[in-house]
Design a protein around this ligand. Structure first.
Ligand code: MF3
Ligand code: CO
Length: 237
């Protein structure tokens, strides 16, 4: 899982560097696909998953998750989320990052920063003896206390030999509740944070999840392992 995670993190780093005004999202998907399959001989886990048609989810501005790469050009001031999953020697890695395209406004910058920090807060809670609810609550509290909302209909998850395993890890909840964390558990923590309300809608393509009110949304995700001490981030370069 460390190796799967490293591949995911390298792909995300490459995509983030290429997220500049004018670039076409399906070209970014193709670059990600090439790195995963040719450079690392890994499998893009999203491609064909429940019929999903690409290797990288690319979600722009009010799109929250599961955006489909296409002919769209990124433009100055957009925020774009890349979500990448791979299987390497039977084990999964899954992570996401949101970056600004060109120069972005203060509102967008703050949203991206708070969402990244919400993931940090969640990771700090992912220690043996804590519970899933502690992670969930830390994300909700971090985002809501700064005036944002957390997406409720899509959640983090256990991960390992499959992309989605138990437990589900919502981005909202009560501390001290739900499953207790043990060393060796591997999980994908993935705050999705909106400037406006938490309600979502799905576009005509049956995949792209957007904010119901059209407000900007950001997404950060890491695959982590619970240890005897601090959680280990597996999706790092
Ligand atoms: N990171 C997302 C998740 O954990 C990615 C799934 S997208 C799909 O569910 F294309 F595979 F569906
Ligand atoms: Co995930």
């Amino acid at each position: 899982m460390r190796e799967a995670g490293r591949i995911v993190a390298i792909v995300l780093q490459e995509l983030a560097q290429r997220a500049i005004p004018g670039v076409v999202t399906e070209d970014l998907n193709d670059i990600g696909h090439e790195i995963i399959t040719k450079k690392f001989k890994a499998i893009p886990s999203f491609l064909g998953y429940r019929g999903y048609p690409a290797s990288v989810c690319i979600s722009v501005n009010e799109e929250i998750v599961h955006g489909i790469p296409g002919p769209r050009h990124l433009k100055d001031g957009d925020i774009v989320s890349f979500d990448v999953g791979v299987i390497y020697q039977g084990y999964h890695g899954d992570a996401a990052r949101t970056v600004g395209v060109g120069s972005i406004g203060d509102e967008a910058r703050r949203l991206v920063e708070v969402t990244r920090e919400a993931l940090d807060a969640a990771t700090a809670q992912a220690t043996a003896g804590h519970r899933v609810g502690d992670i969930s609550h830390s994300i909700q509290n971090y985002a809501e206390s700064r005036g944002y909302s957390v997406v409720r209909e899509y959640v983090g998850h256990g991960i390992g030999r499959k992309m989605h395993e138990d437990p589900q890890i919502p981005n909202f909840g009560e501390p001290g509740r739900r499953e207790r964390l043990k060393p060796g558990m591997t999980m994908a923590l993935e705050p999705m944070v909106n400037i406006g309300g938490w309600a979502t809608a799905v576009l005509e393509d049956d995949w792209t999840v957007v904010t119901a009110d059209g407000s900007l949304s950001a997404h950060f995700e890491n695959t982590i392992a619970v240890t005897d001490g601090q959680a280990e981030i597996l999706t790092k370069v």
